[in-house]
Structures are given as C-alpha cells and as structure tokens.
Design a binder for this molecule. Structure first.
Ligand SMILES: NC(=O)c1ccc[n+]([C@@H]2O[C@H](COP(=O)([O-])OP(=O)(O)OC[C@H]3O[C@@H](n4cnc5c(N)ncnc54)[C@H](O)[C@@H]3O)[C@@H](O)[C@H]2O)c1
Length: 352
C-alpha cells in the first residue's frame, strides 16, 4: 500500500471547506494542515474539519516538511504568488480556477512547476461531471464527426458573487463573470471538443448591473452580503466569437447578471452529431441508418465531482495517472480570456 499523501489547504473560505470535505473521501489523502489569514475562521474551520495543524501564514505551512501537496483556495490575485512559492518549497499544487489573473502570470506558474519537477492540477471541476465525461468519450469515439461549432451559454439572471468584495475588484479577481464562471465552460468546451487552438477573438464585455451597487437587486448572493463601500469595476456580461484556425468557431454568452432566465450549457455541433452538456440531458442528435435519430447517452447521476478531481490529483502524485487538468491547458485558457478582454477594449478582432 502506498503512503498517504499529506495535504495542506491554503485559504479556508467557501471552496477551502469544499476541498476539505472532498479530501475526506479520498482514501490515499490525509488532510494534515489548513491555513487562513483570518485567525477566527482558521480556528473554526480546523475544528469543523478535524485538522490538528493550523497556519496563519502560508509561508509557514509551505515550510512544513511533512506536507506533500497543497490545495490553493485563495482569491485569484494570490494564486500565482502562492503556487510559485509552493513549487519552490517542493510541494505538488492543486490550484483553484481561474489559474491566475492573466497568461503572463500563468506562464510563470508553469515555469516554477517545471523547475520543481512537482505536479500542477487546475480546478476545472466541471470536467469531473458524469455528463461531461460521457460526452468526451463520445467525441473521442468519433460520434460527432468533425466539430465545427461550439455554443457556450452561462446565464445568471442575478448572480454576482460577493458584491463589493474581492470577486468584483479587478485587481484581486482579474475580471468579473468572464474570468470567474466562463473559465469553467470555455475549458469544458476546449477539453471536450479537443479544440485547444483558439486563434482569433471578437468579443465585448459589459458592466450593467453591479454598479452603482445600491441599485443591484437580487434574491440570494454567493459570498455575500454585499459591501456597499467596496468596489465593483469588472464585467457582469460578456459575449463573443472565437475562431479555431479556419475549421471551427465558438460563440459564447456569459452573465453574472442580465435580464434573461438562468441557463448553463455547452453545445457541440459536429458533422455527424450534435450534443448539449449541462442541461441534465446528453442526447446526441444524429443519423442512424440514413434516418434522423436521437441517441441518449446514459450516465451515473451521483458523483462528488470535487472528490473525483482530488482523487485524480492524489493518484497522479502516486504515479497512477495524469492530472485532471494541466497547466498547459490553463495557459491556453488564460490566453483566450486575455484576448476576450483585449478585443472588448479595442472594439476589434484580436489574435489569441
Ligand atoms: N471550482 C469551483 O467551482 C470554485 C467555486 C468557488 C470558488 N472557486 C475559486 O476558489 C478561490 C477561493 O474562492 P472562495 O469562494 O472560497 O473565496 P472566499 O473569499 O470564500 O475564501 C478565500 C479565503 O482565502 C483566505 N485568504 C486570503 N488571502 C490569503 C492568504 N494570503 N493566505 C491564506 N489565506 C488567505 C481568506 O481569508 C478566505 O478565507 C477563488 O480562486 C475562486 O475562483 C472555485
């Protein structure tokens, strides 16, 4: 039996706790230490997750030789400094999404990983949904034929998280709904289709609902309550067209807030079949024996996708497989996000 991988989680907010619960389901992992700059939260979360070791400074956690790997679950602007320091300290890194604030920093994380010889896995947890998995299998088996168009739709009617806090402060988040939630579905689109070569983008981002903050009306708020004396200087809606060379295109629409009903899916159109992922239905619209036909892909409904993700991270450290989402893929996604923001700013098509 191989030795358990000792884990430290840095950042014990919402997603830090999700990781702690998920590691508890991974047989070969031991959650050994947790870290947060807020001492009260740290004490509360250590008790909740039954963890003996606590650190207020991430540097001290990284200096602990007992720790093999870390989950980085802090606000986006701290992803690069902490991931790079973790590699320097010889730890494997599970890094939450988005990889970081921009492609330049993403490349620095990759360089630090390469120098350390340790593993980096990104938190692209949507890949672990059973739905996404069966569609990827169908694509890999050639059931869609050549994919030439992808639609990405991720609409929240009123879903701005933590209004006035780090999520809506560009210097800390890197952007709004685009970098926060579209990052998942743009990754899912490229991963499931295998189209990892975005070349050009024409896009526009808008900021219509988050500011002035007093005028934002909502039903519930993730990471709330709002801080009305805080900052909102990010996008709450984005749309655009991405070209993959001259063979394929992707249109996307993403909103943290807009006057439309909630929707979340990606749709792949191939010359042999088309399928949607994200609506709880993975029906391939196709032809069988020269007749128009629907092929329903069935899949296991229940899965803790975070546990599945962390299971793969731990297995990869133990030499039993690949990481579930690589740093190289993360750099491509960050380049695409950079290009979307640049295209919007320039009001023109730009190279990725
Ligand atoms: N995969 C997903 O579906 C998913 C979902 C939510 C959030 N996230 C990502 O996880 C990250 C954290 O998001 P969240 O919602 O948990 O935020 P959060 O604000 O709830 O938690 C962040 C925590 O990090 C702590 N922190 C900040 N700076 C720190 C530092 N220097 N050292 C140690 N701790 C520090 C804060 O005190 C806070 O407790 C973000 O990058 C976010 O994009 C991913």
């Amino acid at each position: 039996m191989s030795k358990k991988i000792r884990i430290g989680i840095i950042g014990m907010g919402t997603i830090g706790s999700v990781h702690a619960n998920a590691y508890a389901k991974v047989a070969n992992a031991e959650l050994y230490a947790v870290c947060d700059i807020l001492p009260d939260r740290l004490a509360e979360k250590a008790k909740l997750h039954n963890v003996g070791k606590t650190y207020v400074k991430y540097e001290d956690l990284l200096a602990d030789p007992k720790i093999d790997a870390v989950s980085v679950c802090v606000p986006n602007h701290m992803h690069a400094p902490i991931a790079i320091a973790a590699f320097k300290a010889g730890k494997h890194v599970m890094l939450e999404k988005p990889m970081t604030l921009n492609a330049e920093l993403a490349k620095k994380i990759l360089a630090a990983r390469d120098k350390s010889g340790k593993l980096l896995q990104l938190g692209m947890v949507w890949r672990q949904t059973p739905e996404a998995e069966v569609v990827k299998e169908a694509v890999d088996a050639g059931r869609l034929g050549e994919i030439y168009q992808i639609r990405v739709k991720l609409i929240r009617r009123r879903g701005i998280p933590g209004l006035g806090g780090w999520f809506t402060t560009k210097a800390m988040s890197g952007g709004g709904g685009l970098i926060d939630i579209a990052v998942h579905f743009l990754d899912l689109a490229m991963w499931s289709s295998g189209l990892w070569n975005p070349t050009k983008v024409s896009a526009k981002t808008y900021s219509k609902f988050g500011s002035p903050m007093e005028d934002y009306h909502y039903v519930s708020m993730w990471a709330g309550p709002p801080k009305l004396d805080g900052t909102f200087d990010v996008d709450d809606y984005a749309t655009g067209l991405v070209r993959f060379g001259d063979k394929a295109t992707l249109v996307f629409e993403v909103a943290w807030a807009c006057n439309a009903k909630d929707e979340a899916y990606i749709e792949l159109l191939g010359d042999k079949g088309g399928v949607k992922v994200g609506m709880g239905d993975t029906t391939i619209l196709t032809e069988v024996d020269k007749r128009i036909a629907d092929v329903h892909l069935t899949y296991v409904q229940e899965r803790d996708r975070f546990a599945a993700e962390l299971e793969k991270f731990v297995a990869a450290i133990q030499g039993k497989g690949e990481v579930a989402a690589s740093g190289e893929e993360g750099v491509i996604t960050m380049r695409l996000l950079d290009a979307i923001y640049k295209s919007s700013e320039k009001n023109a098509e730009v190279n990725v």
